[in-house]
Write a protein that binds this ligand. Structure first.
Ligand code: PMP
Length: 285
């Protein structure tokens, strides 16, 4: 991804793709002082762009960092980057991090907080699973206790076990892994939230220990508009045997059906297809 044409917005200006580099003594590289956003631009409009910029600033605050750009400035950066690359449909990645400082200690009060906004063209995150349904493994790692890490931040450090779990799942022929939380309840996938259907009602883990996704909240709203009951609650892993349908939500994943979680199978049913289509219409509206 380093050697290609294109423009990336970095610390206030557009730079050539190949020149969008950081120094090896960047604090974030050593101590994970980094937060980011994943967004999608559809037909020239970033879906819930302002909410993403607000979440980016909030994630930074949770890590004791202050991004030196306002929400409006971040919004402008995203559209400037898209325009410079000639994209109307793209994935947008904003990332803020602590740069190099005067020394290399853990304390980073003098390290500048930097911001970059890149993008790329990205089809469905789960490839043809979008139609057939993704197959999920169950991760050996658990989402951490929010008393050990700011679990509601979209922070780089929270993705270490996501990469490890996704690799382990892929090695076993699955497309992704489902995490339990530290208490043992069903939590989320490595980059998406999860929903289940049973007897015409929807059940989704209560977002008290993981990222309460913007897509998750959008989909809950769409279900409620359709008059479907949504239970946000603690879900036991034994309940996986009882659910009939399952899907994942996320900016990259959009609404992706799940056909299998380990030994449990799910139907890519009418409600799953309906909500995927309704979401698709909304983001392109
Ligand atoms: N959980 C994790 C761990 C994620 O990385 C993502 C993707 N940002 C989500 C959930 C879904 O969040 P959103 O709908 O805001 O993209």
């Amino acid at each position: 991804y380093e050697d290609r044409d294109g423009k990336i917005w970095m610390d206030g200006k557009l730079v050539d793709w190949r020149d969008a580099n950081v120094h090896i003594l960047t604090h974030a590289l050593h101590y994970a002082s980094s937060v980011f956003e994943g967004e999608r631009c559809y037909n020239g409009k970033i879906f819930k762009g302002v909410e993403h910029s607000e979440r980016l600033r909030k994630s930074a605050n949770l890590l004791d960092m202050e991004i030196p750009y306002s929400v409006e400035e971040i919004e402008k950066a995203k559209y400037d980057m898209l325009k410079a690359n000639g994209w109307t449909d793209a994935y947008v990645r904003a990332v803020a991090w602590r740069g190099a400082g005067e020394d290399m200690g853990v304390s980073a009060r003098k390290n500048p907080v930097r911001l970059a906004v890149a993008g790329w063209e990205w089809g469905n995150y789960y490839g043809d699973a979008k139609m057939k349904g993704a197959k999920l493994d169950i991760a050996k790692w658990r989402r951490p206790d929010p008393r050990t890490i700011p679990a509601e931040a979209k922070a780089a450090g929270l993705y270490m076990i996501c990469t490890m779990s996704k690799h382990a799942a892929e090695d076993r022929g699955y497309s992704d892994a489902l995490f339990m939380d530290w208490r043992g309840y069903v939590a989320e996938a490595t980059g998406a939230n999860i929903f289940f259907v049973k007897d015409g009602e929807v059940h989704t883990p209560k977002a008290d220990v993981f990222l309460n996704g913007i897509t998750r909240r959008t989909v809950i709203g769409l279900l409620e508009e359709k008059g479907i009951t949504v239970h946000e609650r603690l879900i036991e892993p034994t309940e996986l045997a009882e659910f009939e349908q399952c899907w994942l939500t996320g900016t990259a994943a959009e609404v992706t059906p799940v056909s299998q979680i380990r030994e449990f199978n799910f139907e890519v049913g009418a409600l799953t297809r309906d909500i995927a289509e309704t979401y698709e219409k909304l983001v392109r509206a």
